[in-house]
Design a protein around this ligand. Structure first.
Ligand code: DO4
Ligand code: MG
Length: 295
């Protein structure tokens, strides 16, 4: 089952049928057994044609987030550990990545407030003070207020490798800035947990030419998804639940850096595709302009 947030209402797609359902986004998603709730909601919801749901999703799609914080886990795959150890070789900090990969406690960091999250077909940014920039394709979890995983989406954890590589204490600057997070295109709500062999792929195109194309499956992760959610909820209350990106397993080679106008496509089996265009931050002096810039 797929749940789309649009500016004209919430669309459920299930079994090749589409429905518009009532209710506020945060209340809809924050429950136990979201799959069953949505199945019941389709009975009372308004059935719409494929054409109508296509038009809503094509023209009015929003990132699938309400009032949730976005958190991220790091160094959950060997590929990420190795990339981090390489980028931090000069700073002498490589050891901290191998230690966190082996440790019981995972690396968890705050990623974004909801208003900074870009959705499908929206812009993500590279920092102007960073010389080495990459997208990080990640499975993202929606975890409800009780700490239970209810849905999945695609995350892009945009990162500066030059800033983090200089000093791991710069991680917040490497990871958190305007337009550094994307989620979408929808929430995927399977009846049970997402299959362990789910594939995740990313391609990057520049001027119509594919520069990078690679993928793997989420069963290469060192930790379980429930383990990551459990650590995050140890000392937090998330009244609306939260989103948790689960770490990257697809990393371009070290000579690759993103440029403005590159297009990043991330595909996760069962969920769909998240596409983002790369840009740079536009200075906004009046908060009323924000919606025009980000959404
Ligand atoms: O340790 C830095 C961040 C790691 C990360 O974002 C990832 O592994 O995806
Ligand atoms: Mg990451």
């Amino acid at each position: 089952m797929h749940l789309y947030k649009t500016s004209k209402g919430t669309v459920v797609r299930h079994d090749e049928k589409s429905f518009v359902i009532e209710g506020d986004w945060d209340t809809i998603i924050n429950r136990e057994n979201l799959f069953q709730y949505l199945l019941d909601a389709t009975i009372t919801g308004k059935i719409i044609t494929e054409g109508q749901s296509g038009e809503l999703i094509e023209n009015y799609l929003l990132p699938p987030i309400g009032n949730q914080e976005v958190w991220a886990a790091g160094v959950t795959y060997l590929r990420s550990r190795d990339a981090r150890m390489e980028e931090s070789e000069d700073s002498g900090a490589a050891d901290c990545y191998s230690r966190v990969y082996e440790a019981e406690r995972p690396e968890l960091f705050f990623k974004s407030l909801p208003h900074r999250v870009a959705g499908h077909m929206q812009q993500v940014n590279i920092r102007k003070d960073s010389s080495w920039n990459v997208p990080e394709p990640e499975l993202a979890l929606y975890v409800n207020s009780k700490g239970n995983i209810q849905a999945y989406t695609i995350g892009n954890d945009m990162s500066s490798r030059s800033i983090e590589g200089e000093n791991p204490l710069y991680l917040p600057q490497a990871k958190m800035y305007e337009g550094s997070a994307a989620l979408g295109p929808c929430l995927y709500i399977p009846e049970g947990p997402i299959p362990a062999d789910t594939t995740i792929k990313m391609n990057i195109t520049r001027n119509g030419e594919k520069l990078f194309d690679d993928g793997t499956s989420i069963n290469r992760m060192k930790r379980s998804l429930t383990e990551l959610a459990r650590w995050l909820y140890l000392e937090f209350n998330f009244f609306h639940g939260c989103f948790l990106m689960t770490g990257t397993c697809v990393v371009p080679s070290n000579d690759f850096t993103l440029q403005v106008n590159d297009e990043v496509n991330i595909d996760i089996e069962g969920i769909g595709r998240l596409t983002n265009l790369v840009g740079v931050r536009v200075e906004v002096k009046d908060s009323r302009q924000l919606s025009a810039v980000i959404r």
